[in-house]
Design a protein around this ligand. Structure first.
Ligand code: NAD
Length: 307
């Protein structure tokens, strides 16, 4: 066993605690710890673990003199100051594959909800309206799904959507996995072609300087008027003001968003629009994804400690 000490700052699946303790690590599980408390005690820990609630800042990292690993039990690393960690020689790890099926299934649900307007029908019935005639839908079969970013989640989505007989168009800045491309009959395209040709556009890129407002007002003018945008990646990737205007003015068919420029997205004006679905950043919030991510992080930590 190892005798490293671990600080877990957010609520994580208990399996992580078990893996670490079984290997002799001393775990402090503090799912409600405040930033002030982290600053006070981070210097005594060898490993720091977060999920989504906690942000590990430069100020914290500069105090983390014994820290070897910062782990995020999830995918995106935007709540860890990676530059500061690198300067202090701290490894930053994530659970890259933990959420891929959960997020891909959420997108599938979004597409089905948008195509049949089930959320709107449900809202209407609760308000005493029977919109049978208004809610004429479309089918996903044969429609073009453009996937921007073909990493873990993008590829999983492609495989699921192929099962519904959608046509898959893909764009990435790195070469796309050939086996995947063959399996789903992928049409590779540049971003502009993808945007012009797709009925559904789903975004699966990390938030970087180069992807900030990747989907902006100008790009929206090139899309089909019936196109629907789905964003489960990070809020900053889509310009929400532009999206609001485009949908409101009938230049886009609708949208589904799980992530927002400002979270919690309470009071977001996109909620005024009937053909928009909003969820509170639940992409990875399944029992299965949480336990998979906890397992992945546990195994990775033990592997690193073994050298
Ligand atoms: P990944 O790293 O496996 O794949 C990302 C892909 O995007 C890579 O192939 C990369 O080359 C590509 N890419 C980068 N910049 C690009 C650009 N400018 N244009 C096109 N492609 C580009 O990541 P993933 O696991 O598939 O996750 C994708 C996104 O989903 C991330 O932003 C992650 O934070 C987010 N995510 C959200 C939730 C949620 O709860 N909604 C859960 C998990 C992950």
């Amino acid at each position: 066993g190892f005798d490293d000490s671990v600080l877990i700052c957010d609520e994580v699946d208990p399996v992580l605690n078990k893996i670490l303790q079984d290997n002799g690590l001393k775990v402090s599980y503090e799912p409600k710890i405040t930033p002030e408390q982290i600053k006070e005690k981070i210097s005594t820990f060898n490993i720091v673990i977060v999920r989504s609630r906690t942000t590990i800042t430069r100020e914290m990292i500069e105090k983390a003199d014994k820290c070897k690993i910062i782990a995020r039990v999830g995918v995106g690393l935007d709540n860890v100051d990676q530059v500061a960690a690198k300067e202090k020689n701290i490894r930053v790890i994530n659970a890259a594959e933990g959420a891929m099926n959960a997020v891909a299934e959420l997108v599938l649900g979004f597409m089905l909800t948008l195509s049949r307007q089930t959320a709107r029908g449900d809202r209407a019935i609760r308000n005493g309206q029977w919109l049978k005639n208004e809610l004429k839908g479309t089918e996903l079969r044969g429609k073009y799904l453009g996937i921007i970013g073909l990493g873990n989640i993008g590829k999983r989505l492609g495989r699921l959507a192929r099962g519904l007989n959608m046509n898959i168009i893909g764009y990435d800045v790195v070469p796309i996995d050939e086996e995947f491309a063959k399996e789903v009959g992928l049409m590779k395209a540049d971003l502009d072609t993808l945007l012009q040709s797709s009925d559904y556009i789903s975004i699966h890129v990390p938030l970087l300087d180069s992807t900030y407002h990747l989907i902006n007002a100008q790009k929206m003018t090139t899309m089909k008027k019936t196109a629907k945008i789905i964003n489960t990646s990070r809020g900053g990737v889509v310009d929400e003001d532009a999206l609001y205007e485009a949908i409101k003015n009938g230049n886009l068919g609708g949208a589904a968003l799980d992530v927002f420029e400002k979270e919690p997205a309470i009071g977001n004006k996109l909620a005024e629009l009937d053909n928009v679905i909003l969820t509170p950043h639940i992409g990875a919030q399944t029992k299965e994804a949480q336990s998979l991510a906890a397992n992945i992080i546990g195994e990775k930590i033990i592997q690193i400690l073994r050298g």
